[in-house]
Design a protein around this ligand. Structure first.
Ligand code: GAP
Length: 453
């Protein structure tokens, strides 16, 4: 198989596993789906929540960062001030032949590729003028607030969570009495009417961001920019992502977003190529200055030591929760071999998710469905469920049950057998090493919690 086919093959397997095991479904699937929108199934929502919780704990369980949950709909002036109405656009072009639509800065395969425009030929086609002139297309979704659909009632679905943080800068500072440097963190939905959605969850129209704005003295910007770069890449490593799959890619000066003084992306090597996971941006004092001008409220900080009054600078860390989900899932996906009960080996699919991120933390299996083993198992389940997500499975051979849990990343499986009845011990099996250990029922909770919380 050619290299590209192998990569697409992995992507196809991940998309298919996602549907089969209930990680991700196409939005409104029974109506043919809605482009660029996805639904997280029972296991997917657990994984997504665990990623968000891991981020939230790292970013806000510290003295200098406060949490926030601002509304999605905001005053339309916010987007004038932030520059999104004027600048949040992509250049859009259409293929005159097959009417496929592209971002002019990201020429890709054309729909009619099977005929003439595949791959680099699309660029040739572009150069030969087979595309329409580029038009600027604003990516914000518009809607109306109230009963009358007039220009005065237009509001936007936020395209980033960051602005909710800026407009609350004074509220958070005053209510918490934080001193510089301090940050405000938020997780929430963002919406962009992307011209081309693609690569599963990578570029979607509705997605979640995990953003933090760190307010600093202007002269400290380089120090904190470096600090946050380091912190953020380490977060992915600490949650199990392979080192060789992550990279920093700085934005060249002529490609910086309208608000940024400097910016760098953390990129992940997806099966389809390198793609941005998170941006770390030195936003200067652009946003607070703009909101000062547009709202008339002074978005300032008073330093009671130096008696200076100034608009702080900001270092932003902006990660996609949905993109991280896809990266963690892809990174964890492996195919290896496992021993069967009759001493042979068989292929297994395993998600080597970090135990903190795994959707299910532990599965409980009665060896047989008789002689009181189910009752003992169910009692263990109800005790463990008070602390973490547990799965009970009594169907099929134990080997099959292991395979089902490996495939969705469950770090521990516990089997209840006849010895359990005699001495209150169980077999606990580790997903990665496949080693089995005998421990007391009273130790299961502590054993699992040490790894998963
Ligand atoms: N506040 C700055 C900001 O929004 P961005 O680089 O446009 O910066 C930050 O977005 C992150 O949000 C990206 O690194 C990516 O993980 C995620 N993201 C952006 N657009 C996305 C989309 N259409 N689909 C999924 N995730 C997206």
């Amino acid at each position: 198989m050619a290299k590209n086919e192998v990569k697409n093959d992995i992507m196809d397997k991940i998309v298919s596993l996602s549907k089969r095991r209930g990680f991700v479904f196409q939005s409104s699937e029974i109506y043919g789906g809605l482009n660029g929108c996805w639904d997280y199934g029972p296991l997917g929502v657990e994984l997504l929540n665990n990623i968000k919780l891991a981020w939230w704990k790292t970013m806000t369980y510290r003295d200098d960062i406060e949490g926030l949950d601002a509304s999605i709909l905001m005053h339309p002036k916010v987007w004038e001030a932030s520059g999104h109405i004027a600048n949040f656009t992509d250049p859009m072009i259409d293929c005159k032949e097959c009417k496929a639509r592209f971002r002019a800065d990201q020429i890709e395969d054309c729909e009619c590729g099977s005929r003439a425009y595949k791959g680099r030929k699309a660029i040739k086609c572009f150069e030969e003028g087979k595309f329409t002139e580029a038009r600027q297309f604003n990516l914000m979704f518009k809607t109306f607030i109230g009963a009358i659909e007039s220009e005065d009632a237009v509001v936007y679905l936020r395209p980033e969570t960051a602005q909710g943080i800026y407009v609350n800068f004074l509220n958070v500072k005053d209510s918490t009495r934080q001193k510089l440097p301090f940050g405000i963190a938020q997780i929430g939905k963002a919406f962009r009417n992307e011209i081309n959605t693609r690569n599963f969850l990578f570029r979607t129209r509705e997605f979640e961001q995990m953003e933090m704005q760190y307010f600093i003295r202007p002269e400290d910007d380089e120090k904190w920019y470096e600090y946050w770069k380091e912190q953020r890449i380490n977060w992915y490593f600490e949650h199990g992502m392979k080192k060789e799959k992550l990279n920093f890619v700085p934005h060249p000066a002529d490609k910086l977003a309208h608000y940024a003084k400097a910016a760098i992306d953390i990129e992940y090597q997806f099966p389809f190529g390198w793609g941005e996971l998170e941006g770390i941006h030195n936003r200067g004092n652009y946003d607070l200055t703009q909101h000062t001008q547009f709202s008339g409220k002074k978005m300032e900080y008073f330093d009671d030591q130096t008696k200076e009054r100034f608009i702080p600078n900001v270092i932003e860390t902006s990660a996609g929760a949905s993109r991280s989900f896809m990266a963690f899932l892809t990174d964890a996906y492996e195919e290896d071999e496992a021993p069967t009960a009759d001493g042979k080996v068989e292929k297994r699919t395993v998600l080597r998710l970090h135990p903190k991120l795994a959707p299910l933390k532990c599965a409980i299996f009665p060896l047989v469905n008789k002689d009181g083993l189910q009752e003992v198992s169910k009692n263990i389940v109800s005790d463990l469920q008070k602390s973490f997500k547990v799965f009970y499975d009594e169907s099929g051979a134990v080997g099959r049950r292991y395979r089902r849990q490996d495939e969705c990343g469950t770090p521990f499986c516990v089997t209840i057998d006849y010895d359990t009845i005699k001495d209150n011990t169980v077999t606990i099996r580790d997903r990665d090493s496949m080693k089995q250990e005998r421990i007391g029922i009273d130790r299961i909770k502590e054993y699992v919690m040490l790894k998963v919380l």
